[in-house]
Design a protein around this ligand. Structure first.
Ligand code: 2P0
Length: 327
């Protein structure tokens, strides 16, 4: 087999409108329920994988610094999956750069593993269809399965490795924006992986989530097909709050939302009162993302900036592309 000298891939984060929270199989990263997201056009991850027969282990560089921690081990375990499939024993140099904050509940693992999957598959000459690439990215991080695709993507829960993949969802319009209020750019206090497990194992509200989430997913698909923005927004905000409610019921409770998160939720409600359709969603961190129509994005961003002052940073994003290999 001829190894290419290196391959670089670029991927973007995605924000789930209908969330993934909880695994059925931790090793294969099979989710309890399906989810649906919007891939963004900001905070890209660019990753280069260079197999090198002289290496005695994978060498992982993150934002210019060689790392040797849990994140580096996750990368090495992921590369093992690729090497097993092509029968290679050659380690690789991995250089990755995040334009946005890392592990702050802003979907850096989604862009990270989507980029790594595409770059590694290319570098080790593993030919994959987009669906197979989505399944591979899922093994690194569940939400990465969705960042393989641009725009709206649905990740089917599936029954097994073969049936759990994401694919694009056709929407009547992509004229939406996601305005992100970054109130904390540092690493989250508890990883989503640990928080999910605790929620599944201890929250008495989790069965309610398992009942409701497929209904929300179905309703969201209908809203997207109909181009019904109001319905999309209502479902987005309700689903996010349902996810946080289920984790608040865990023991010990998992609380990602901070006082500033709630202030933003109030401001989003006030925007709606003033006739601007805007809806909030929050992930595994205190940052709030506001879904609105493209023509309202600057008004929403101005309102959030006025509210936050020096406390945070506001970033306007739109629908972005799927992962691509650049060399
Ligand atoms: C999501 N999140 O649907 C949900 C909503 C956070 C809240 O997917 O354990 O990094 O690597 O599969 O994908 C974040 O969790 O978790 C996430 P793993 P992941 O976007």
């Amino acid at each position: 087999m001829t190894l290419l000298p290196c391959a670089t891939a670029i991927a973007y984060p995605n924000i789930a409108l209908i969330k993934y929270w909880g695994k059925r199989d931790e090793a294969l990263i099979l989710p309890m329920t399906g989810s649906l997201s919007l891939t963004l056009d900001v905070h890209a991850t660019t990753t280069t994988v260079s197999p090198d027969a002289r290496l005695s282990a994978d060498a992982v560089e993150f934002n210019g610094t060689l790392i040797d921690d849990a994140a580096a081990r996750k990368v090495a375990v992921f590369l093992d999956l690729v090497r097993q499939r092509v029968g290679s024993r050659v380690f690789a140099r991995v250089r990755t750069r995040n334009d946005g904050p890392t592990a702050a509940g802003l979907a850096s693992s989604a862009s990270g593993f989507a980029a790594l999957a595409a770059a590694a598959a290319h570098a080790y000459a593993l030919e994959l269809t987009p669906r197979e690439l989505s399944r591979l990215a899922r093994r690194g991080s569940g939400s990465a399965s969705r960042s393989v695709f641009g725009g709206f993507a649905i990740w089917h829960a599936g029954q097994d490795d073969a049936s759990s993949f994401a694919e694009p969802v056709q929407a009547a319009s992509l004229d939406v924006a996601m305005v992100m209020a970054v109130i904390q750019a540092g690493q989250k206090a508890i990883s989503s992986r640990v928080a999910m497990r605790r929620t599944v194992e201890t929250s008495p509200f989790y069965p309610g989530w398992l009942h409701q989430n497929p209904l929300d997913l179905e309703a969201m698909q209908q809203a997207l097909a109909a181009g019904d923005f109001t319905r999309m927004g209502e479902l987005t905000e309700a689903n996010a709050l349902r996810m946080h409610a289920t984790m608040l019921g865990a023991m010990p409770p998992v609380r990602y939302l901070a006082p500033d998160s709630l202030r933003i939720l109030d401001e989003v409600a006030a925007l709606r009162q003033r006739g601007v359709p805007a809806y909030a969603t929050m992930d595994a961190g205190p940052n709030v993302k506001v879904l609105c129509q493209r023509h309202d994005a600057l008004a929403v961003a101005d309102a959030l900036r006025a509210l936050l002052g020096d406390v945070g940073r506001v970033v306007v994003a739109h629908a972005g592309p799927g992962v691509r290999v650049c060399e």
